[in-house]
Structures are given as structure tokens and as C-alpha cells.
Design a protein around this ligand. Structure first.
Ligand SMILES: [Zn+2]
Length: 458
């Protein structure tokens, strides 16, 4: 019995293809085209990519690896995609809440940024955000801020994937004081990161209400010269929509389309005030949209018509926005839960947006919104090995009748146990391996004292 077992073993090991890592024996929710779910599944990983995903016995008879991760009792999901945020702003978390967006920006954030945002600030804010996002199962995020090259360096050091946009705004920013300086900084930034496996350097004109037509067109031209993504806030405020009607005789979406900005390289955050004609344009131009339910609720901005956009064929992802003033955390699991519930209460219909839809938005649809669906968003052969393991041995994880409902409504970001990005383990059994979390936490407290003093508050 023993002899024949070892004989069979050595036979099959000769035929088995060597890989770098096998994640073995978990409940795999692949989010692939067929939405395959494997109760007792395994993944074979070579380099930074997935070679195969399937039933454990199939994977184990075809692949062999010196390194195995035991995933029994765990849920395995594609890494979550945070489609819109401003990570260095973690250091402004809770600076001032429960005010209007206008007051928050003009009385608190713009002065706080002018006095405090340096490259060093951006580095520490990004490290803190990396720790928080990895802990919550986020493996890719899209960011818009200043000193974005420093964001990129820290993101890469943390082993995370980022679509990172240097912000353009028609007033002096903390890093660049005019459009010429912004263009030159961003061109250097785009050149530096070309071909990087983790970092997608991008161009981020802030919005139509802070950028002139010239700025919008110059930024789009620069992005297109380097095949870089364009990140922009679109139709996020009622006032923005009303002003656009007055000044441009068109909605923000139609105005941007008229300027030639919209295309299959654009990631539009919010898209709250959009009608059926706008949705059609967004779908035709293959613009990716990002819904940010926490932020939209916290600022009372309005509700994006997510079910209609999805029905119109627009790729809609999920984002946290914030993390200061409009959220204030980077927990994408929470956004899934809120996205479904916000759609339900707004439409008075519990079927408006279901659990499976919001899991799609956090994974494969988020990848499509970022125009990265060939690279990430699902667990299948050829995709990057970005995955998270969630502990199912917890009171809020049992019993489980339906896996998508469990993910959307019962599991929490804090249930994430192990995170792999591009085949590299960045968190194992809740221990962060790429970020010095304690140092980042201590620095965040130091920054609070400094920022409060700069604004004359305690
Ligand atoms: Zn934003």
C-alpha cells in the first residue's frame, strides 16, 4: 500500500510541472467569465502570474511546488480593487468632519495642504495607507494626489499595484506651482515608470470645475503620448453639473466628450449626475466609472445611478475616495456592503443591486473600469497572482449558505488573513511583510500634532 502510493507519487511528480507556489485547498471564488467557484480548489502560481486555478486534485496532479500555502478553511478571492482614493490624505483622517464639502475644502483641507504637504508627508501617508489597504484585502488602487512619484515609490516598496495619477489643478499645488511645472513633472514621472509591472503612472486632471479647457486637453494629450491612463472626478457635485450647463451648455460628461477627453483610457470617479444620454456616451467611449458610496453619503453628494450604468454597459468599479473628510477609511469590503444597500434604499427595491454585483464591482468590473481586465480582477490562468485569503473560522463567517452574500454583507476587511500580490506574499496570517506598520502609525500621530499646530487647533 505504502510502496504503491510512493510509486504513484514519483510517477506523477515526473509529469508534474514545477511552479513557484501552490495555494491549496480553499473555497475559491474565481470571478472568471463563468464565475466558477471551487469548494476545494487550488491555484498554481509561477513568477507573478497564475498558471492554473481549479479543483485541488486536478491542480495537484498537474503541478508541483516546493512552496505551498495551506488554504483549507479559507475563502480565496481576487485581490480587491480600490478604484478611487487619495492615499497620502490618511494623515488628514478625521481632521474635520460633518461639514459641507465647500467648507471642508476651503476652510480646512486647502490650508492644511498648503502648510503641510511635502514629499515626506506623501511618503508617510502612502505607507500608512498601504498597511491599511493590504490589511483590508486591497491589492490594486487608483490614486490622485501630489508628489505622485513618491506615492509610486512607496507603493512599489509595499509590493502593491497602483494606477497613480499626478494631479493637475488650475492653482498652485503643493508640489508644482503652475501648469508648465505640472506638465514637466508629470512627463518625467510617466517616462520613469514605463513598463513597470506594478506601477501604472497616470495623469489626473482634478475635475472640470478646477481645470480649464486648456488644462484638460493638455493633460489628455500628455497621457495619450505615453499611453497612460487619465483619472478625473466627473459629475460629483450638483453645482458642478449646474455650472457646466450654464458655462458649457452641456452636462460634464457631454462637455468632456466634446473636448475629446473621453476614451478607453479614462477612469471617471463618482459619475453621480449622469442621465441616460451620458450613460450611453460613457459606454460608447469605454470610460471606466468608479462608485464611492461612503464618500457620496458622507458628503451628501447624491447617488450614482449604478444599476442604470451597469445596464447601459458601463464598467463600474468601487472606491473609498477619502480617506479624509469623505469616508474616513480605506475599507473596500465596507464599500461593497454600502453600495448594495445604498442602491436598495434609494430605489426602494431590495433587488436594485445584489451581492454578486457588488463583488463584481470590487473585483472584475473594477479591473475593467481601470482598463486592466486582462491583467487582474479574476483568478484564472494568465492573470496576475493577486489574491486574498479570508478566514472563515470566525463567528461572523458562519454558517455560509451563499458565498457572494457572505462576502458582501457578513465578512469584514479585518477578516482578511493573507494577501498575495504578483505572486509575492505581502501579508501572512495578518502579519505585514512589506510595510513597517508600527513606524507608520507612530509617524501618523506625530503628523497629527504638527498639522493641528499649523492650523491653530488642538
Ligand atoms: Zn476624490
Amino acid at each position: 500500500m505504502l510502496a504503491s502510493a510512493s510509486y504513484a507519487g514519483s510517477q506523477s511528480s515526473q509529469a508534474r510541472q514545477p511552479v513557484d507556489l501552490i495555494v491549496s485547498g480553499g473555497l475559491i471564488v474565481t470571478m472568471d467569465g463563468k464565475r466558477n467557484v471551487y469548494d476545494d480548489g487550488s491555484l498554481a502560481i509561477k513568477g507573478d502570474s497564475i498558471v492554473a486555478a481549479g479543483p485541488r486534485n486536478e491542480i495537484e496532479s498537474n503541478y508541483t511546488s516546493e512552496q505551498t500555502l495551506d488554504a483549507r478553511g479559507k475563502l480565496i478571492l481576487p485581490g480587491l480593487i480600490n478604484g478611487h482614493t487619495h492615499v497620502p490624505m490618511t494623515l488628514f483622517r478625521g481632521l474635520h468632519d460633518d461639514v459641507t464639502l465647500d467648507d471642508w475644502l476651503r476652510k480646512y483641507i486647502f490650508p492644511a495642504e498648503a502648510k503641510n504637504v511635502t514629499e515626506e508627508f506623501v511618503r508617510w501617508g502612502t505607507r500608512l495607507a498601504a498597511a491599511e489597504q493590504i490589511r483590508g484585502g486591497v491589492t490594486t488602487f487608483a490614486d490622485m494626489y501630489y508628489f505622485e512619484d513618491a506615492v509610486a515609490e512607496e507603493t512599489k516598496a509595499a509590493g502593491m499595484r497602483g494606477v497613480l495619477g499626478e494631479t493637475f489643478i488650475d492653482f498652485p499645488a503643493p508640489d508644482n506651482k503652475n501648469e508648465a511645472a505640472m506638465l514637466s513633472y508629470t512627463e518625467t514621472f510617466l517616462k520613469k515608470w514605463q513598463g513597470d509591472p506594478l506601477i501604472h503612472a497616470s495623469v489626473a486632471p482634478h475635475s472640470i470645475y478646477t481645470c480649464s479647457q486648456k488644462t484638460l486637453q493638455d493633460t489628455a494629450a500628455l497621457a495619450r503620448k505615453y499611453h497612460a491612463p487619465i483619472l478625473i472626478h466627473v459629475s460629483e457635485m450638483k453645482k458642478e453639473w449646474e455650472d457646466s450647463q450654464k458655462q458649457n451648455g452641456a452636462s460634464p460628461v457631454k462637455y468632456l466628450d466634446k473636448l475629446g477627453i473621453l476614451g478607453p483610457d479614462v477612469l471617471a470617479a463618482h459619475c453621480i449626475f449622469v442621465d441616460a444620454a451620458d450613460e450611453k456616451i460613457l459606454a460608447e467611449r469605454k470610460v471606466g466609472c468608479v462608485h464611492n458610496p461612503s464618500s457620496n453619503m458622507m458628503l451628501a453628494s447624491g447617488v450614482s445611478p449604478v444599476p442604470d450604468m451597469r445596464a447601459a454597459g458601463v464598467a463600474v468599479g468601487l472606491g473609498t475616495d477619502g480617506p479624509a473628510g469623505s469616508n474616513n477609511d480605506l475599507d473596500l469590503m465596507e464599500e461593497m456592503d454600502l453600495a448594495a444597500k445604498l442602491a436598495k434604499i434609494t430605489r426602494g427595491d431590495p433587488l436594485a443591486l445584489n451581492a454578486k454585483a457588488v463583488v463584481e464591482m470590487a473585483t472584475i468590473d473594477g479591473a475593467s473600469a481601470l482598463h486592466m481586465e486582462k491583467e487582474i480582477g479574476s483568478l484564472e490562468a494568465g492573470k496576475k497572482a493577486d489574491l486574498i485569503l479570508i478566514d472563515l473560522n470566525r463567528p461572523n463567517a458562519v454558517p455560509m449558505y451563499e458565498v457572494y452574500a457572505q462576502i458582501a454583507y457578513a465578512l469584514k476587511g479585518s477578516d482578511v488573513e493573507t494577501v498575495i500580490i504578483g505572486g509575492k506574499v505581502v501579508m501572512r496570517d495578518r502579519k505585514l511583510l512589506t510595510v513597517n506598520e508600527l513606524e507608520a502609525i507612530a509617524k501618523a500621530r506625530d503628523y497629527k500634532t504638527k498639522i493641528a499646530a499649523s492650523l491653530g487647533i488642538q
